[in-house]
Structures are given as C-alpha cells and as structure tokens.
Design a protein around this ligand. Structure first.
Ligand SMILES: Nc1nc2c(ncn2[C@@H]2O[C@H](COP(=O)(O)OP(=O)(O)OP(=O)(O)O)[C@@H](O)[C@H]2O)c(=O)[nH]1
Ligand SMILES: [Mg+2]
Length: 376
C-alpha cells in the first residue's frame, strides 16, 4: 500500500487560520511528528504532505497548509499555496473560525467539508456547536470521530472504473497495443488499474494486442461480456466485435471515472463542427518526452487535421501547465488523467465551464473522429 501512487490516494487537506492547530492535527492523525508545530503564527510556510493508511479509507495523503489569514510580507504567496491545494482536495478539514468566503469557495467547488473546533481542551463545552467536531490534538479527544467522518465521506465517493460495463465474474478482453508509443517493459497505469479492478471483481481479464483479438475471441467458449480497448485500436476492434458484446475504451472508462462523460460527449459533438481555423488545446496530465507515435502530439493531431483541415492550431501542454485563461481556445481535449485525482480533473472541467470553453477527452474525441458507435 505504501507504493500507492499519489493520484489514487484520497486527498484530505487541513485548512484554517494561523496558529489554529493545523500542523498539530496532521501530526495527531499521522501519529508522528511530520510537521513543525509552534505557537508562533505563520510557522507552516509550505504545504506539507504525509502519505498514510487510514482505517476505513485506505491509502490517503493528509495535507497541512499555511494559515489562511497570514498577512505577513510573504503571506499572500503562502495563502495562494493553500488555495492551490483546494483544486486537489477530496475532503477539506476546516479548523474554525475561517472567513465565510473560504467556506463559500469550498462549496462552489463541491468539496465535502468537515468543520472542526480545534484545541477543544481549551474550550468550554457550551462554546461547541453541533455542526462541527470538537477535536484536541493534545488530548486526542474527538480524533476518532473526525476519522470516522472522513471514512464516511470517502465511502460515498467510492466508485468502480468498470461499473456497468461488466458484472462480477465476467470475462473481459483487454486490447492493449504495445506499439512505439507504449513505455518499454511495463503497462500504462489505466491498463494496470483496470486489470486490478477486474481481478478484485472476480472477473477474467484476457489481455491481447490488436492482432491477437480474433485468437482471444476464438479461444473462448462463449463471447466475453465486453471488450475494452486502447482508443487507437477502435477501428480494428470494431471489425472483430461479436454481436451483443459491449465495446469501450480505457480513455472512456477514465472519462466516466474521473471526469464528466456527458460534458465530454457534448465537447466531442462540438469538435465535429469546429471551423477550419479552430484553436485546440490538447492537455496531458503527465509530462513525458514526446514519443514517435505519441497520442497527444502525433496520433490525435493527425486525426484532427484530417477532419478539420491543415488550418487548425494545436497547442500541447503537459503536467500542471494548464493555462488559467482558456478563452483563446475553441476546444480543450484532455487525456485520461490517470496521473491526476478526480477532484483535480473536476476543477479543470469547472474552469473550462466557467470560461465557456467546451471540453472533451482523448478517447471520446477519437471515437467521434472515427465515427465509432460506442457503449459509453
Ligand atoms: N491545548 C492545545 N494546544 C494546541 C492544540 N493544537 C495545537 N496546539 C498549540 O497551538 C499552537 C499552534 O499549533 P500549530 O499546530 O503549529 O498551528 P498551525 O495552525 O499549524 O499554525 P501555523 O503553521 O502557524 O499556521 C502550538 O503551540 C500548539 O502546541 C490542542 O489541541 N490543544
Ligand atoms: Mg502549521
């Protein structure tokens, strides 16, 4: 579990004013001294992350942030850091009191909030309220209740990648071309995650490359429940698809799992009607050296130019480099975002929506460009 990548960990961020006890709470949750604690306001100047296993939650990362009311010379920079954490927070633990505007921002981003009355060992019982958990990092009071509430909120967010595509025990064929764009010696993360989930669900995942699909189908006594393919092999897979077998792609599964499939489908429809001088932003979560058959830099631009003409302008960005001003673009095409947590993808979607720029993702865009009829 200690190897769980950060994108799969539940992100629990602790927010509050200076000296409210944020770092002490992180230490209390982690059961060790991770962050520096002192009675000097503004002790925490940088975001501190601690990866831990939490009961009832599993792999989590607990994030300590600088005080929200830091008005020292560097305060604005520090509070900006705390606000940056927001876009990746699955759950916000808020030490009261904080400005109403901060709570309003959390609500706008639809981030579940757990309100905490900190240092409750110093606070008379009559000052406690029902909508906040009284916690003392010093005595441990309320800590268990806080952890239970975190676990409860996490359960309601638990989702399956292959929900609705197959049932427990089904046979599922996975088409995974190991071409020039595949990393050497390993499988990419979406494939690994889908295989793992299918195994957890008692399914039989059957893996092949595109040219092995017919043999895989022939080797089964009855058709599989579904075929999940790399987007680049859609056309080839479709030509082998037996009747009644569901077809989807890794990108589409992750669009549902991490994003907003309806919005991505609407974005793909707009893609087909874009003018010949359209400006398209292709955003990828991982920053890697461009490869010869790279989907975001080679395959997708090729398909886009074939469909819309050579006059379009394509801009590629990677990693955290997502422009704040998106209005220069007619469409954003995002990767499957296997390196980002769901909340971060949703915050990018929210930014695109707020600026009125349509958005889709690799798999949905490719399916539309190839006129594929998929089981979305
Ligand atoms: N009595 C009591 N003191 C606490 C508790 N939690 C924190 N403190 C004390 O409050 C002071 C501030 O604690 P920190 O955890 O550093 O607070 P912070 O919110 O991280 O502060 P900044 O990093 O400056 O924003 C320290 O002196 C802690 O020992 C608590 O539950 N009870
Ligand atoms: Mg601190």
């Amino acid at each position: 579990m200690s190897n769980t990548p950060i994108s799969e960990r539940v992100h629990i961020a602790i927010f509050g004013n200076c000296n409210s006890g944020k770092s002490s709470l992180l230490n209390a949750i982690a059961g060790q001294s991770v962050a520096v604690v002192s009675d000097i306001a503004g002790t925490t100047t940088d975001v501190v992350r601690k990866s831990i296993e939490l009961n009832g939650v599993g792999a989590a990362v607990v994030i300590d942030t600088p005080g929200l009311d830091d008005n020292t010379a560097l305060g604005t920079l520090r509070t900006a850091q705390s606000h940056k954490v927001l876009s990746k927070s699955d759950i916000a633990v808020v030490l009261l009191p904080v400005a109403d505007s901060f709570l309003a921002t959390l609500r706008q981003l639809e981030i579940p909030i757990i309100k905490v009355i900190p240092k409750c060992d110093l606070i008379p019982a009559e000052c406690r309220t029902d909508d906040a958990i009284a916690v003392s990092s010093t005595t441990g009071e309320g800590l268990e209740q806080l952890l239970e509430e975190i676990a409860r909120l996490c359960k309601s967010e638990n989702r399956l990648i292959t929900e609705g595509i197959c049932s427990a025990g089904d046979r599922v064929i996975l088409v995974m071309p190991q071409d020039a764009s595949a990393p050497k010696g390993r499988l990419i993360k979406p494939q690994v995650e889908v295989i793992r989930e299918l195994l957890d669900r008692g399914c039989l995942p059957i893996c092949c490359q595109t040219e092995g699909l017919q043999r895989a189908l022939d080797s089964l006594s009855e058709p599989p429940a579904a075929i999940i393919t790399d987007s680049s092999a859609f056309a080839a897979v479709k030509s082998h698809l037996p009747q009644g077998v569901k077809l989807t792609s890794f990108s589409i599964l992750f669009a549902r799992y991490k994003g907003d499939l309806e919005l991505f489908k609407a974005g793909a429809e707009i893609l087909l009607t874009l003018p010949s001088d359209a400006k398209i932003l292709i955003a990828e979560a991982c920053s890697h050296t461009p490869q010869s058959e790279d989907i975001g830099r080679v395959k997708l631009p090729r398909l886009l130019r074939k469909r819309l003409g050579e006059g379009i302008t394509i801009t590629n960005v990677g990693g955290d480099d997502f422009p704040e001003d998106l209005t220069a673009y007619d469409l954003i095409i995002h990767c499957g975002a296997c390196m980002f947590n769901r909340r971060y993808v949703l915050s990018r979607i929210a930014a695109a929506k707020a600026q009125g720029v349509p958005m889709t993702n690799y798999g949905v865009a490719i399916a539309a460009l190839l006129n594929m009829d998929l089981d979305l």
